[in-house]
Design a protein around this ligand. Structure first.
Ligand SMILES: Cc1cc2nc3c(=O)[nH]c(=O)nc-3n(C[C@H](O)[C@H](O)[C@H](O)COP(=O)(O)OP(=O)(O)OC[C@H]3O[C@@H](n4cnc5c(N)ncnc54)[C@H](O)[C@@H]3O)c2cc1C
Length: 419
């Protein structure tokens, strides 16, 4: 081998290659770099780029801290968030995340993801992680050591290898597609239509009703509880606004904006709250986003965040699951690269799925109405409310919470009390 070839071979091989620089990718890369691993992140877009998923849960602040990114996030000026408010047929209720069962952070932020994802990626880069933008992973060969075929923006292809691959490609779902791991979700196909607005809520007289910018507002359609809306305030007088439902329930109008605004007008409180709002971003639609896979990991790759399973947006669990997956996977990768054997099923997939399955119970119960009855119950037992609050704050992995350990049974018991 010539000296040049030696250098090229070394440069093209990494301990870990991460596909995608969203929250799961940047956090995983940071955690691995801090353990002395040589990591490369390949991101097909340039940042900032738009992404949906703007309301974080307090639980993810633990992983942000683990990745030494807390100062950067705290100083970025994002909208403070301390809970979730719910509204249906004029009934209002809220959960204060600081009053929860599980110890840990009780507050977080609502973020424009273009900005937030860039902040995480830039912070990882400032820690020493190598990130290449405008590089799309097109093919993978796992027959021996993992090899990737990547195209740059000039359309040129090149190859890279790594001891381990982390797929953090989100809805790009690179490895599920290339390795035929895609499996249908057990949740029905739903559609989300969303936009950003200049909300002008301060200039609307809402009578006794107080709109709390520190909370996401989830509203339920008055005639069809399968349809719900999110309103996520940002710190700049803007909000993210979206509506979710099965496509036949949402209906179709001349364009997406007309559908979104018709549905907003059908919910009286939102109609009033947004009476002075102006749309500042062309409405977009995401359909059939729930996804699943046959396997989450092997001794050559692991799927992080949305590249694995994505459930549903209703409890804003996506970024939290993405970050938890990064944290659990990074520990397993370090262990394997340090020469110990890792059982990826019991050490990665099962621990991750414990929390995902907790969220699944509550997502399913939201849509069949059971969890909505619990949320809107007027005289909740304070201790039970704290336990449910923990789950809404993202602590879906805390087995000491009975509503995590035995989610279905406990939920059904409370449903009986509320009905
Ligand atoms: C309607 C809706 C509303 C949501 N609301 C919320 C919410 O309020 N709160 C919340 O926490 N979550 C929410 N989510 C979920 C959230 O958007 C995701 O869970 C989260 O973004 C997942 O992060 P990630 O790191 O897995 O992937 P992403 O953030 O999607 O990042 C993946 C990255 O991979 C890159 N990539 C893709 N393909 C390739 C390739 N071939 N090569 C190189 N790079 C590639 C992409 O460009 C992208 O930058 C919502 C989801 C939906 C559908």
């Amino acid at each position: 081998m010539t000296p040049f070839a030696q250098t090229a071979a070394q440069t093209d091989h990494y301990d870990v290659i991460v596909i995608g620089a969203g929250p799961s990718g940047s956090v995983a890369a940071s955690l691995l770099h801090q353990q002395g691993k040589r990591v490369l992140v390949l991101e097909k877009q340039h940042f900032p780029r738009f992404s949906i998923g703007e309301s974080l849960l307090p639980c993810c602040m633990q992983v942000i801290a683990e990745a030494n990114m807390l100062d950067a996030v705290n100083q970025a000026g994002y909208q403070f968030k301390n809970g979730a408010a719910f509204n249906a047929n004029g009934r209002s209720t809220y959960f204060d995340f600081t009053d929860k069962f599980t110890p840990g952070p009780g507050t977080t932020f609502q973020v424009e993801r273009g900005d937030f994802d860039k902040l995480l990626a830039d912070t990882a880069a400032s820690q020493g992680v190598e990130i290449r933008y405008g590089q799309r992973v097109d093919a993978v060969d796992l027959s021996q050591q993992p090899r990737l075929t990547v195209s740059d923006e000039q359309g040129e292809s090149y190859e890279l290898s790594a001891d381990y691959l982390l797929d953090a490609s989100g809805f790009g779902r690179v490895l599920p597609r290339l390795l035929d791991l895609e499996r249908p979700s057990n949740l029905p196909s739903r559609t989300a239509i969303f936009t950003h607005i200049q909300d002008n809520i301060d200039s609307v007289d809402m009578g006794d009703y107080h709109f709390d910018r520190n909370k996401i507002l989830i509203s339920v359609h008055p005639d069809n509880r399968d349809i719900w809306y999110w309103l996520i305030p940002f710190s700049n007088g803007r909000c993210s606004l979206g509506v979710v439902g099965e496509p036949h329930l949402l209906g179709e109008d001349a364009d997406l904006e007309a559908t979104l605004m018709r549905l907003v007008r059908e919910e009286p409180r939102l109609k009033q709250l947004l009476s002075r709002a102006e749309i500042i971003r062309k409405p977009a639609k995401l359909a059939g986003y729930s996804a699943n896979v046959s396997t989450l990991a092997s001794n050559k790759f692991a799927l992080l965040g949305n590249a694995g399973e994505f459930l549903d947006p209703v409890f804003s669990s996506g970024v939290t699951i993405a970050m938890q997956s990064a944290s659990i996977a990074a520990k397993c990768v370090v262990k394997q690269l340090n020469g110990e054997s890792v059982d990826w099923q019991t050490e990665y997939a099962q621990p991750l799925m414990r929390g995902v399955d907790t969220f699944r119970t509550y997502v399913q119960a939201w849509y069949d109405g059971r969890f909505q009855d619990v949320i809107f119950y007027q005289n909740p037992n304070p201790k039970i409310k704290q336990m449910i609050c923990s789950i809404l704050a993202g602590y879906a992995w805390d087995e000491s919470n009975p509503f995590v350990a035995e989610s279905e049974r406990r939920l059904n018991m409370v449903v009986e009390l509320c009905r």
